[in-house]
Design a binder for this molecule. Structure first.
Ligand SMILES: Nc1ncnc2c1ncn2[C@@H]1O[C@H](COP(=O)(O)OP(=O)(O)OP(=O)(O)O)[C@@H](O)[C@H]1O
Length: 256
């Protein structure tokens, strides 16, 4: 996958406690991160640590105020995303945000193929994608409202994988579904990624899911990467307070 972020700072200016006041929030604070090719990375961290902002900057959807984002060695920006858009599929937390409620799901699956300029009417690929995520290809003419939350997330996953991207970026993709559906989706994502050779870049607050799907982890705190490495080692021997706090929250005990 091969992303390199160097000294990335992203700030937001928000209204303060008086109409004329403004407060600057530093979401990413000189963040450095190397995501090597051929590895699956989980980005974990407490709420507000900057995970979603990191994804938006890394996907060149937002420009940082300082620092650079490189994809396969090339600097990428919202105006010049280079090879990035084609190489990456994205699954959001809420499948509602990636599926147009007015479109039959077959059309939603066709869209990324058309945008990428893939020739043909894509009927076969749409059927293959629905089948791959465990849905009957005959449902292609139904609209998103006809599906459950878990099914919609499967369709969003199929859409993200439609163009056979090199990297699947997923922001808390399992948080809006019930535990049973979540387990099935986690297994499905792992299976599909392995089957298609797609690398995963997963944002999650669930360390168990992160460990199940990714070999590496980067722990974020206050807009910086405070610890990174093989996830089994990091979770067994955490060195950053933020990692210990995440483990405390999962285990319900203090990790020394
Ligand atoms: N569009 C925005 N406008 C204003 N502030 C923002 C915006 N996006 C993020 N922030 C602020 O930046 C900080 C980091 O937010 P971010 O959503 O990246 O964290 P997160 O780790 O993804 O949190 P969560 O796990 O709760 O989703 C927070 O203080 C947040 O309020």
């Amino acid at each position: 996958m091969s992303f390199t972020l160097a000294g990335v700072t992203r700030r937001y200016t928000v209204p303060g406690d008086r109409p004329w006041r403004r407060v600057v929030r530093t979401a990413l604070d000189g963040l450095d991160l190397e995501v090597p090719a051929g590895r699956d990375l989980a980005v974990v961290g407490a709420s507000g640590s900057g995970k979603s902002t990191l994804l938006r900057v890394l996907l060149a959807l937002e420009a940082p105020e300082a620092g650079t984002v490189r994809f396969r060695g090339e600097v990428v920006t919202p105006r010049r995303p280079g090879a990035l858009r084609r190489a990456v599929g994205v699954v959001a937390q809420d499948p509602g945000s990636s599926l147009d409620p007015r479109l039959p799901v077959g059309a939603s699956l066709r869209e990324p193929l058309e945008c990428a300029g893939v020739p043909g009417d894509h009927g076969e690929r749409v059927a293959e994608l629905l089948d791959a995520v465990g849905l009957d290809p005959a449902v292609a003419d139904r609209r998103p409202a006809a599906f459950s939350g878990g099914e919609r997330q499967r369709i969003a996953l199929a859409r993200a994988l439609a163009t056979r991207p090199a990297v699947l970026v997923a922001d808390e993709p399992f948080s809006a579904v019930d535990p049973t559906t979540r387990r099935r989706l986690v297994t499905l994502v792992g299976h599909l990624a392995r089957a298609s050779g797609t690398r995963l870049l997963l944002v999650s607050h669930d360390l168990g899911i992160a460990q199940r799907l990714c070999a590496d982890v980067a722990v974020l705190a206050a807009g910086r990467v405070v610890e990174t490495g093989p996830i089994d080692d990091v979770l067994a021997r955490p060195s950053a307070d933020a990692t210990r706090a995440l483990l405390d929250a999962v285990l319900g005990v203090e990790v020394p």
